[in-house]
Write a protein that binds this ligand. Structure first.
Ligand code: FCB
Length: 448
């Protein structure tokens, strides 16, 4: 097969559209005690029995800390324009208020390595690896962490400046706050409703607080944030309760994050549904949170189907639904729908970059040494076309990043889920590009 976009697709114009691949520090770097890096909340979480599948951890991961040149070569050979990576705060500020030269050096080498290879650096400042000493002071439940983040963002952008083409303050506040502080499925593993809302607020506040210095330090870069969405669908579109469940899902998990940023307000409905748990912002907070961004990064994997009052064993998925190895439904239309919905809801929606999209598959290397990840190939093709459709509908989408360059540490699922376009043998650290890599490479050649 091929990844096929229509001839008239804007995505095929290098001037109009940026293609890339994405990773994150904790998921690939390993070397988590090297060169002065301190413990992060994910190191602690991994070391807590029962939190991560098979007791997996990030001590070695893809050993990218040592193999970054080989990995950049893989990206260069792929022919994409950009690489989205993240910076490990624990390498940069290993003890409170001390700035680690060796940490900066690593990311300077990495960024310069991209520039040498003609790859544009897209840098995420926070992809969930909070220094543990900040968590010991309350983590994202402590308002002071927002100020600490702003200081860290200032330092990093002072050093990397305009060498980076695009900065994101945060990756997926929903995961960091909701999974980290409300359900406890992710680090640091807290489980309160009020804590979840507090963490969201402090993360969004941190993002807004950081922006002015980031703009000053890197005036030529574009500055934004990455949100993840899984749009809600009513199981039965004729059932008022299902429709309402889908609406409440979107209000909480979509608009609860984007509305404060674009409109300076949390959705009214959240104050009604979570009367005692919802955060009461301090004066001036919402102005800070809604400071303008240059682009919005969107991570998309699947939709969520909602059925009101459903018994636990009720299966909400259509009979012919297809699933990835994560049991996530494959439903590309919902990406097109989501993009249109946001575009219709927010008149001031900034340009959009799809900063993550991809599929987990049960990959293996066959006897001839190859990895045929057919389902992932189909996933990419259908989602690339969903983005093309949304652009034709009038949505201003300017980029697409596949998740991920490499198989890597998939958080609470450890190494059991493979999202890479490149297979990683964790014993030998050998990298083997999969079929999805070669198809992406072919598509890159078709652009002008
Ligand atoms: C997203 C994360 C990313 C990766 C993918 C599969 O939620 O941002 O790190 O784990 O899911």
């Amino acid at each position: 097969m091929k990844y096929q976009l229509p001839q008239d697709s804007k995505m095929l114009s290098k001037k109009e559209f940026t293609f890339g691949v994405a990773t994150a520090a904790f998921q690939i770097e390993g070397a988590n005690t090297k060169d002065g890096r301190c413990e992060s909340i994910w190191d602690r979480f991994c070391a807590t029995p029962g939190k991560v599948l098979n007791g997996d951890d990030g001590t070695q991961a893809c050993d990218h800390y040592h193999r970054w040149q080989e990995d950049l070569d893989l990206i260069a050979a792929l022919g994409v324009d950009a690489y989205r990576f993240s910076i490990a705060w624990p390498r940069i500020e290993p003890t409170s208020g001390s700035w680690n030269k060796k940490g900066f050096d690593f990311y300077e080498r990495l960024v310069d390595g991209m520039l040498d290879r003609g790859i544009k650096p897209y840098c995420t400042l926070y992809h969930w690896d909070l220094p543990q000493y900040l968590e010991d002071n309350g983590g994202w439940l402590n308002r002071d962490t927002a100020h600490r983040f702003a200081e860290y963002a200032d330092r990093v952008t002072q050093v990397l400046g305009d060498r980076v083409a695009s900065y994101a303050t945060f990756n997926e506040p929903w995961c960091a706050a909701y999974l980290g502080y409300r359900t406890g499925m992710h680090a640091p593993g807290h489980q309160t409703v009020a804590g979840g809302f507090k963490a969201i607020h402090h993360i969004l506040l941190a993002s807004g607080l950081a922006l002015p210095a980031m703009r000053e330090n890197a005036p030529g870069a574009s500055h934004g944030i990455v949100l993840n969405f899984s749009p809600g669908y009513a199981y039965d579109a004729n059932d008022a309760e299902d429709v309402n469940a889908a609406k409440e899902h979107d209000e909480e998990h979509t608009h609860g994050y984007i509305k404060p940023i674009l409109e300076g307000q949390y959705p009214e409905g959240l104050y009604q549904r979570y009367e005692s748990e919802m955060i009461q912002p301090e004066e001036g907070d919402m102005e800070i949170i809604s400071r303008p961004i240059d682009y919005l990064g969107i991570n998309f994997y699947n939709r969520t189907i909602l059925k009101a009052n459903k018994p636990d064993d009720f299966n909400v998925f259509p009979e012919d639904a297809e699933f990835t190895d994560f049991d996530w439904e494959i439903y590309p239309d919902s990406l097109r729908y989501l993009l249109n919905d946001l575009n219709n809801t927010y008149p001031n929606l900034p340009p959009i970059i799809i900063t993550e999209n991809g599929a987990a598959c049960a990959d293996s290397i066959d006897e001839s040494g190859k990895c045929h990840d057919d389902q992932r190939c189909r996933y990419y093709n259908s989602h690339l076309n969903a983005v093309d459709g949304a652009i034709k509908d009038g949505v201003n989408v300017r980029g697409y990043f596949g998740w991920s360059l490499l198989d890597n540490f998939e958080w609470a699922a450890g190494y059991s889920k493979r999202f890479g376009m490149t297979y990683v043998d964790y014993e030998t650290q050998e990298r083997t590009p999969k079929s999805s890599y070669y198809l992406y490479q072919e598509l890159m050649k078709e652009r002008d």
